[in-house]
Design a protein around this ligand. Structure first.
Ligand code: HAS
Length: 562
């Protein structure tokens, strides 16, 4: 079979790189998911030791967080960025530069994986000092980040060329979304680069004896919150560009989508202190400012909720839907040919709860109740584990099928994946959220202690909720098993047509002139100004404050004076 008219054949380099950027982290994901399921089992006391099959609890938790949240996402987003920019702008990129980016990203990942698997980097995905990792972990993380910057600097000239060649035309919204994603990423990773290169690498090499823990945490969260929107925005690209078309309708408002991406550029970063409400060394006024800005960064997601609901309603009514609510029945939930709809829709349903719990976290008062409890993983499995992960899984499969010219294997089984995953996350998150409200801590191996009836520390009140967490975790594991069968079955199947890309692309119902959202410049300037207001004073306070440098944590720490 020949590809459709309008479809795009990527050149050999970019086809190979995009496939590698998807397949390599999906293979690693097998390990990441396995350690996720184990976490739920430890929490419910079904594993009562500190190691399982040779991997220690915190080593496994580090592998789970780093592979799933940092490696899988970054690789996928670079792949998706190449696809979206090449497809909508019909441009090509320099193959040598692309291979360089891929080489740095994979080399860095291998270094970090070596350190984690060897047990010398059990510092979790936030690598807070004074936990200290093998230098290879930090160098690997730095290379992964630098490698992921390079494609952005290939896309910017392509975008500028397109604008010059198409004066007066709106840039395709998918490209706007991916450029916004990587603008957020660049802003986020600059403080991270400082933390890793200037503070952590010299410290881990023994060149400096101590590290400023408060500064490191502040720089980490300067990166860490925009990081969550770096994860979310490619999913929003899929929701705005593809979901309405998959539903059989139109995007309700094109300008709303563009405004959302621009708002994220401005508001993603100046909110990081909401992760540090409980930290000493930072005045409460700055924390309050970041808390207030956090409520503002929920605004683009509220706009998205209304725009997408309106787009879905338009599609359903166009296909005979009626009534105040009955039109929901007319959407293609079980159409195996439009499986992406199921992956996207289920993610959105989970995100309703991710959004509500996020807004609870953002309140300084409520945060005191939930901070560092099991509630927090309850929250982030309905955000990164909801709309983000499901959209990335569905799109990985879609791209692999198109770029290899294969048909998706086991299409009915594939349709079950998002529903089963969503059911699993729902049960898991309810379990962890309630347990968190009852005081159950996060990042703690409960197996030998709080979840063990033979331990004096046993906490019977958490039992039911941790058991629910384990049931949800197992269901999520089964969903992923099905996904791997479909994904690798497709990859290893027979080629049925020439490889070519054809992305579902919705027309807009309201397509305004978008005057204020055509250019990135004013939004980037606003982002820099707001960042200066929100971060210069607290960082000055941290740097000039009375905090003393801390030596690395050792198993014998803290040393109790005789
Ligand atoms: Fe968060 C902690 C606040 C969004 C991820 N967050 C985390 C952590 C992670 C994470 C990983 O203020 C843990 C970090 C760690 O390890 O310590 N978060 C928020 C707020 C939002 C938010 C206000 N988070 C996300 C997203 C993430 C993510 C997105 C990943 C992708 N979060 C916090 C705070 C903390 C935090 C504090 C620190 C807590 C602590 O104490 O440690 C907002 O952006 C959320 C806005 C979302 C909405 C929802 C819109 C709904 C939509 C769906 C529409 C559905 C449709 C379908 C149309 C307003 C778009 C139809 C639906 C039917 C039901 C039929």
């Amino acid at each position: 079979m020949q590809p459709d008219e309008g479809s795009l054949r990527l050149d050999a380099t970019h086809r190979a790189v995009v496939l590698l950027l998807i397949v390599v982290p999906t293979v690693l994901l097998v390990l990441g998911i396995y350690h996720g399921v184990l976490q739920a089992l430890y929490r419910a006391g079904l594993i009562q030791s500190s190691t399982f099959l040779g991997i220690e609890y915190y080593q496994g938790l580090t592998l789970h967080g780093v592979i799933n949240a940092l490696v899988y996402t970054t690789f996928f987003e670079v792949a998706f960025g190449y696809v979206v920019v090449a497809y909508y702008l019909r441009c090509t990129f320099d193959a040598r530069v692309t291979w360089l980016a891929f080489g740095l990203m994979s080399g860095g990942t291998l270094m970090a994986a070596w350190a984690m698997l060897g047990g010398s980097a059990s510092v979790l995905y936030t690598f807070y000092p004074p936990l200290r990792a093998n230098p290879l972990f930090y160098v690997g993380a730095a290379l992964l980040v630098v490698g992921s910057w390079i494609p952005f600097f290939q896309w910017i000239p392509a975008y500028l060329r397109w604008r010059r060649a198409h004066p007066g035309q709106k840039t395709p919204i998918g490209v706007v979304g991916m450029l916004s994603t990587f603008t957020v990423w660049l802003i986020a990773t600059l403080p991270l680069a400082y933390e890793v290169i200037v503070m952590l690498i010299p410290w881990s090499l023994g060149w400096t004896a101590t590290v400023d823990v408060v500064l490191a945490r502040t720089l980490f969260w300067f990166f860490g919150h925009p990081l969550v929107y770096f994860w979310l925005l490619p999913a929003y690209v899929m929701f705005y560009v593809m979901l309405p078309e998959l539903a059989g309708g139109k995007l309700y408002s094109d300008d709303a989508g563009r405004l959302v991406f621009m708002l994220f550029i401005v508001l993603s970063a100046p909110v990081g202190l909401h992760h540090q409400f409980a930290d000493p060394g930072i005045s409460s006024g700055y924390k309050w400012l970041h808390g207030a800005l956090t409520f503002l960064v929920a605004l683009p997601s509220f706009i998205t909720a209304f725009t997408l609901a309106a787009s879905l309603e338009y599609a359903a009514r166009a296909h005979g839907g009626s009534g105040l609510f009955a039109w929901w029945r007319r959407l293609p939930y079980w159409d195996a040919d439009r499986y992406l709809f199921a992956y996207f829709f289920t993610g959105l349903v989970l995100f309703v709860f991710g959004g509500i719990t996020g807004i609870i976290n953002a309140s300084t008062v409520m945060n005191n109740v939930v901070h560092n409890t099991a509630w927090i993983p309850g929250h982030f499995h309905t955000t990164i584990g909801g709309p983000v992960f499901l959209a990335f899984l569905g799109m990985s499969l879609f791209l692999v099928a198109q770029l290899t010219g294969r048909r998706v294997r086991y299409p009915r089984l594939n349709l079950w994946v998002p529903y089963l995953w969503t059911a699993g996350v729902a049960v898991f998150s309810v379990g962890l959220s309630v347990a968190g409200l009852l005081g159950e801590p996060r990042r703690t191996n409960l197996g030998p202690t709080y979840a063990n009836p033979n331990s004096p520390l046993y906490h019977a009140g958490w039992r039911l909720w941790s058991d629910l967490g384990a049931i949800g975790g197992i269901v999520m594991g089964v969903a992923m098993l099905l996904f791997f069968v479909v994904f690798f079955g497709t990859l290893l199947g027979r080629r049925q047509q020439e490889p070519a890309l054809a992305l579902p692309t919705a027309e807009a119902y309201h397509d305004g002139p978008g005057r204020f959202v055509l250019n990135f410049r004013p939004w980037v300037v606003a982002a820099i100004v707001l960042l200066a207001i929100a971060y210069v004073p607290p960082i000055y306070e941290v740097v000039t404050g009375p905090t003393q440098g801390a030596p690395a944590y050792e198993p014998s720490s803290p040393v109790v004076a005789p």
